[in-house]
Ligand binder design. Structure first.
Ligand SMILES: NC(=O)CCC(=O)C(=O)O
Length: 300
């Protein structure tokens, strides 16, 4: 599940963990409408998970911060204690995964733990068991005058580890939104044998049109694996205007499925055999010049 890649010597190639046996997976990206009412948001998520599973999806993904508005004013008041077992959103995710027998990447919610807040993604098995918890590693702190200014670090703390998890829907790398801008994290996940990197994410109407799809294609092509993103739908009344456009990209950089800004579910058929095909057509993993550069995986 959480495999450590050992880099033997600075000039030696890192150990690349092979991807698991290929399989086909029907993916559903639930681009949810979020409101200020947590109960409504949970009900909306449950309904979307049910619809996705009825349509044959075995892997269902929710957006970043799906149970609250995306704002620093909201994170503290909507935050839940996941480890303490009192999280109503986590309980709903576990129950929905079990009820519908799907692997669930539960977007993210604000988590409260030991006096700090995190932007946290929970992954559940089809038995409703918690398989992984990823806390957003790179906080979204940017200032584009006349565009978008946001400082997650005003309320949130950064996670300290990457997350690669084995599920019935393949080996998944989990990262959240702004994490997609850091190619090293995706590369680390590829070295750990991830078949798909899932990024619940809420880009915005300034950076989204220019960078959202570009970054997904870049991470997919750099690492020759699948990439999926899942955004909240745009809410014209919200302080933060989400870009939407939840998307799935294949290892050759082709967009398999996408949407615009409205609520809906995006479906894609993933055939993990495509990873091996692309890697043998174009063996960039073997052609890297580790005598010139190296990526060191420092997390366990
Ligand atoms: N929620 C986020 O991390 C937003 C990231 C974003 O919009 C970007 O441009 O990066």
């Amino acid at each position: 599940m959480m495999q450590k890649v050992v880099t033997a010597a600075t000039s030696a190639a890192p150990q690349i963990i092979p991807t698991p046996e290929p399989m086909k997976v029907k993916l559903a990206l639930c681009q949810l409408a979020t409101s200020t009412d947590k109960e409504t948001n949970i009900a909306t998520a449950r309904k979307a998970i049910q619809e996705a599973s009825s349509s044959g999806a075995s892997l269902v993904v929710l957006p970043e911060m799906w149970n609250c508005p995306y704002s620093n004013d909201s994170f503290p008041s909507y935050a839940e204690d996941i480890d303490g077992g009192s999280s109503q959103s986590a309980a709903a995710l576990a129950e929905a995964a079990k009820q519908h027998g799907i692997t669930l990447v539960g977007g993210s919610i604000p988590e409260r733990s030991e006096g700090k807040l995190y932007n946290t993604c929970l992954v559940y098995s089809k038995e409703g068991k918690l398989l992984a918890k990823h806390r957003k590693v790179h906080l979204f702190d940017i200032d584009i005058p006349g565009g978008v200014t946001f400082k997650e670090s005003d309320t949130l703390s950064a996670g300290k580890t990457g997350t690669v998890v084995d599920t019935d829907a393949g080996r998944l790398g989990i990262a959240i939104c702004y994490d997609i801008r850091f190619p090293e994290l995706a590369m680390m996940y590829a070295q750990r044998g991830a078949q798909l990197i899932v990024y619940p994410g809420a880009f915005n109407t300034t950076t989204g049109p220019v960078h959202w799809e570009l970054l997904q294609k870049a991470r997919a092509v750099d690492n020759q694996l699948f990439v999926a993103t899942c955004s909240p739908a745009r809410n014209s009344e919200a302080s933060y205007q989400a870009w939407g456009h939840s998307t799935a990209v294949d290892p050759f950089g082709k967009v398999l499925a996408t949407t615009e800004e409205k609520p809906g579910i995006v479906y894609a058929e993933l055939d993990y055999a495509e990873i091996e095909k692309r890697r043998s057509n174009m063996p960039i993993m073997q052609q890297k010049r580790y005598d010139l550069y190296a990526l060191v995986d420092k997390t366990t």
